[in-house]
Design a binder for this molecule. Sequence first.
Ligand SMILES: C[S@@+](CC[C@H](N)C(=O)[O-])C[C@H]1O[C@@H](n2cnc3c(N)ncnc32)[C@H](O)[C@@H]1O
Length: 203
Amino acid sequence: MRHSRALIGAGAAAAVATWWFTDSAPYPYSQHWLLDLPLPFLTLKRLDHVLQAREGERILEIGPGTGLQSLHVAPQLGPNGQLDIVDIQQEMLDHVGRRAKEQGVDNIVPNCADAHELPFADGSFDAAYLVTALGEIPDPARSLAELRRALKPFGRLVVGEFFDRHQIRPSSLISLAEGAGLRVARLYGPPFAYYAVLRPIAA
Ligand SMILES: C[S@@+](CC[C@H](N)C(=O)[O-])C[C@H]1O[C@@H](n2cnc3c(N)ncnc32)[C@H](O)[C@@H]1O
């Protein structure tokens, strides 16, 4: 009996470990309430500091979830600016849309799309950002290349990554970025919860 319990325990641990290391499903909408909890170091104040959003700009956000960052950044762009949000889950986009309406924010444009193939022309954006989203995308190298393409030549990209099973460590981000024609210009915060500012490498 004791022997079979140990075997079941080991099997369960192996299943959890397999899920932890290999599962690539997007964050489930059923747990959306967790996304509204502030993460240490990846604060909105620090995002403002690294993104430097300006009135009139067109900015792209990938993986907005419930809109924690979107609803903070969009008002900074003013009536002549626009925040395009891209998420693979329509439920997330609908959630942001409802909250935006409640708060009177009307410059957010939702796009249900995959970050591996962005539905935008080359050089469309002044800046782009992703917070706890890049590591969740199955092929982050391809997404970074797409972001590079969609950014203006002097655009800026902010990546925020938090320690969880999907996290992309700063050293991995540096090499992924290089492969996509981007360079990591600055890193802010500790390695387990950091923002990175990336710039396109001139062609
Ligand atoms: C962990 S949530 C982060 C939400 C928000 N940025 C935050 O910090 O609260 C990751 C988001 O990325 C989206 N996502 C995952 N894979 C994606 C993909 N391939 N293309 C676009 N969005 C994706 C998920 O649907 C989810 O909304």
